[in-house]
Design a protein around this ligand. Structure first.
Ligand SMILES: [Zn+2]
Length: 184
């Protein structure tokens, strides 16, 4: 993408908008050499990012997979099929607008969770409980508590008695420094 003024190829994107039909993306760019701003219209296909999985493998973004995840989470919930389809579109659009060649799979997971959070509590919890179990269960419980607090309003959740932090235990063990002497 050359600057129309100085032909320099180095520029950065200031703003990205997906066209109404979803097949063209309009970008405002700024030349890093002369500062000239210009607009490009790009075919969307070129910008669907690869999804980088946790093990480092890459796969093409699959809208169908996102749709299946949303549908599964919303099973037997009062969420219309069209709403689910629109959510999948919104997630795809969000990825396109990032304009990156590669996106970690966690970005897609988080986008699905955010979408479900707004759609249906049960669907959100279903998805999150599966999704988060591969990541951080404490974080999930926090989210869940916040979510329930939010939805129930005045109803208070009982706080779990706090356990000693893992860091503190590790420190203690380190201080003892003797094998077999497990602090309780
Ligand atoms: Zn320039």
């Amino acid at each position: 993408m050359k600057c129309p003024a100085c032909r320099d190829v180095n520029n950065h994107v200031i703003d990205s908008r997906l066209g109404k039909d979803g097949d063209v993306i309009r970008r405002r760019r700024e030349c890093e050499h002369c500062g000239r701003r210009f607009t490009t219209y790009e075919r969307v296909e070129e910008y669907l990012p690869s999804i980088v999985k946790k093990d480092g493998r890459r796969e093409p973004f699959d809208r169908q997979k996102v749709l299946a995840g949303l549908t599964k989470a919303c099973e037997k919930r009062p969420v219309a099929t069209e709403v689910i389809a629109k959510s999948a579109d919104d997630i795809e659009r969000g990825l396109l607008e990032r304009g990156e060649k590669e996106v970690p799979s966690s970005v897609v997971g988080e986008a699905i969770m955010k979408m479900l959070h707004d759609l249906d509590t049960v669907a959100y919890v279903r998805f999150a409980s599966v999704y988060r179990s591969f990541q951080d269960i404490d974080e999930f419980m926090e989210e869940l508590e916040d979510l329930l607090k939010e939805r129930r309003g005045s109803v208070k959740l009982e706080k779990q008695p706090s356990k000693p932090a893992a860091g503190a235990r590790a420190k203690k063990r380190g201080a003892r420094g003797r094998s077999g002497a497990r602090p309780v």
